[in-house]
Every structure is written in C-alpha cells, then in structure tokens.
Design a binder for this molecule. Structure first.
Ligand code: G6P
Length: 369
C-alpha cells in the first residue's frame, strides 16, 4: 500500500497532487488548441441528438452532482440549451417529464452508484438518449448509457472525490465546447480562447498546489472550530458546495456551502467572531458583488479565508487570510479554485486525526439506495 501511495501519507493527498497529470490525461488526444481541434471519440453516433437537444437533464450524486452544477452554467452560456441538474435519488422517485429531444447526461466516478443507475434506466424507459461521464471503464453506468466520454483520471481510492471532480469538469467543458461549436452558438475566437485556456489548466493547477504549505498553516488555526461557511457566486457557487462537502466528509466539521448573495437570507445570522467563512472570490464578472459580501462578513467579525486571483490587492486588505490561484477564464476557474479547498479539508482532517481515506459512515461507491 505504501508503494501505491507513491510516497504520500494518504491516497487523497496523492490524488490531489496528481491533478495536473489526471487533467492532462483527460484531454490527451481529445484537444489540440494550436489547431483549434476538439474530438470526443466516445460521443459520435448520437452527437447530432446532443447538438439538437431541446433540454439537457444532468443526473448525479455527491461530488459528481457538483460537477453537473458547474456544467449548467457553461452549457447555458455557450450552448444556449436549458439545463436541469438533478439528484439522481430525487429524479428517479418522481414522475419526471422527459420529452422528445431531451438528453440526459449522467455523471459518476465509480459508474456503480445505485441511484444514478436507476435514474438512467428510468430516463431510458421514457425515451431519453443518455450520455455517461464516467471514470471506471466497463462499469455498470458506462454500459447502461447510449454513449459517453470516460474521464481517464485513473483509479480514485480516497473516498472523498478530488481528481475525479476536476476530470469531470474537464470532460463536461469539452462536451459543452463541442456542442457550442456544432450549434454555432460560440464564436471561433471564444472557442479557441477557451480551448487554449483549458490546455493551460494542468499548469495552473500545479501552481495552485504550491500553496499547500500556507494552507496547512491556516488549517492549524481552524482545526478545532465546529462550523464553516463556504460562499461563492456564479461558476464558483458549486465550488463552495464542493468545498463544504469535502470538509464535512473527512473532518466531520459541519460546513455549509451557499451562493454568496443568499447569505442575507439566512446564514448571515450565524456570523460572529467564531465563524470562519471561506470565500471563493476570484476575479470574474461577480467580483465586485463578492467583495461587498466579504465586507458584510467582516463587519460582523467573521473570520474570512479568501481564495483570490493572483495579484489581487483589494481582498487581502479585508480578509484574514488569502490564498492565491492563477487567473483563468471564469468558466474554467472551478478547476483551479477547488484545489485549495481540497487541501484545506485534507489538512484539517489529518490534524483532527480522522481516517482521511476511509471516513466513518461513507463509502466510495454507494451501490445501495
Ligand atoms: C459517494 C462518494 C462520493 C461520490 C458519490 C457519487 O458518496 O463518497 O465521493 O461523489 O458517492 O459517486 P459516483 O461514483 O457516482 O460519482
């Protein structure tokens, strides 16, 4: 096992640090930014149905559901297709409306999650064409779907999903770009720009990982708290949910993720000097708004840990702690901004003595309802 961990103390840490490579593996042979080419071999026979989709329903559980939420923003923005992101466990027990032209995308790391599998069968029985975004080759979900794209992220052992999440975002971005290009809802310039940016993500993730030492120091200061709040807007809202989930899963600290603007409808009541608030506040179209959200927390004496874009000078003056990540297009920022949150949860969990790779009560793949 020590050999399998490749010198890391836990599989989770190994998998976090593997991400520059797993994201590159996921794109290998699929994109060529210099030539402006994008090709997903697994989605061929039904690519017309995907391009002409009247609506896309994304179904998943856990971290995979968060990846789906990020994809919702991107598909709507560049493909102009209405998207719904559903918990598989809710979708399957409703009487969901599936009309002609509806497409389902199922996301699963393991390819074995019982609720996701059942939701796929239900969607198929109602006539939907189902695409899979799956890591495990030959898994039940990969077999149950009509077509799909594998993550090629390599086996993920740590129960808390890390490298599968970033690979899911990478595949979903490639699917969205390819649909947008076929539909003509994206300009050539923007298509190329996003492709070039996507290709540069492994380097940027490697850069984000360099903050590990600083994140460990911050973790030591917060390891004994009982609650954490994670706030983000736009593309970074699902990242807030994912950051909170990571912390809950392995450190057993109660954490909530929220859209930053919704804070005033509830969570703001929780804020006092004992409440750490993680803001995912990178430079994007909602930057000014999130800066005012940080001020609202500071004026109530909350402790702010902010994930910011490299070179930000404003937020470091307001926040108690800042962690920098490299700049990228806002649609791709979740690939980078999630990295410090993975590390924060990892270090806090280790310091609290939890079993990081096998947290209590959780399973890597949930094959029961
Ligand atoms: C479990 C795992 C999570 C995972 C979720 C969905 O809860 O612990 O890490 O996100 O299942 O699993 P899937 O394999 O379908 O992505």
């Amino acid at each position: 096992e020590a050999i399998e961990k490749g010198g890391y103390e836990h599989f989770m840490l190994k998998e976090i640090f593997e991400q520059p490579r797993s994201i590159a593996d996921c794109m290998r042979g699929r994109i060529n930014a210099t030539e402006g080419r994008l090709m997903l071999g697994g989605i061929r026979n039904y690519s017309g149905a995907l391009t002409n989709a009247q609506r896309i329903v994304i179904i998943a559980c856990g971290t995979s559901w968060h990846a789906g939420l990020v994809a919702e923003y991107l598909f709507e923005d560049i493909c102009r297709i209405p998207i719904e992101v559903e918990y598989a466990s809710e979708f399957r027990y409703r009487n969901p409306v599936i009309r002609e032209g509806d497409i389902v995308i199922a996301i699963s790391q393991s390819g074995e999650t019982a609720d996701t599998l059942a939701a796929i069968e239900l969607a198929k029985s109602k006539g939907a064409i189902v695409f899979g975004v799956v890591n495990t080759v030959g898994s039940s979900i990969s077999r149950a779907t009509h077509e799909g794209a594998y993550l090629h992220a390599g086996p993920e052992i740590g129960v808390a999903s890390t490298k599968a999440f970033t690979a899911q975002l990478t595949v979903l971005t490639m699917i969205a770009l390819s649909v947008a290009q076929q539909k003509g809802t994206i300009s050539d310039v923007k298509f190329r720009e996003l492709l070039v940016e996507l290709e540069s993500i492994p380097k940027k993730v490697a850069k984000a990982l360099e903050s590990d030492g600083k994140i460990k120091e911050i973790s030591a200061l917060f390891k004994d708290v009982h609650n954490f709040l994670y706030l983000g807007r736009g593309y970074n809202f699902p990242v807030a949910l994912e950051g909170a989930l990571k912390l809950k899963e392995i450190s057993y600290i109660h954490a909530e993720g929220y859209p930053a603007a919704e804070m005033k409808h509830g969570p703001i009541a929780l804020i006092d000097e004992n409440m750490p608030v993680v803001f995912i506040a990178t430079r994007d179209s909602s930057y000014d708004k999130i800066v005012s959200n940080i001020q609202e927390v500071k004026s109530r004496k909350g402790k702010v840990i902010a994930i910011v874009t490299e070179g930000d000078v404003l937020i470091p003056k307001m926040a108690d702690f800042t962690i920098e990540v490299p700049a990228t297009h806002e649609a791709l920022m979740p690939l980078v901004s999630v990295i410090p949150l993975q590390l924060l949860s990892y270090h806090i969990a280790v310091m609290r003595g939890s079993n990081v790779d096998q947290p209590r009560n959780l399973a890597k793949s949930v094959t029961v309802e």
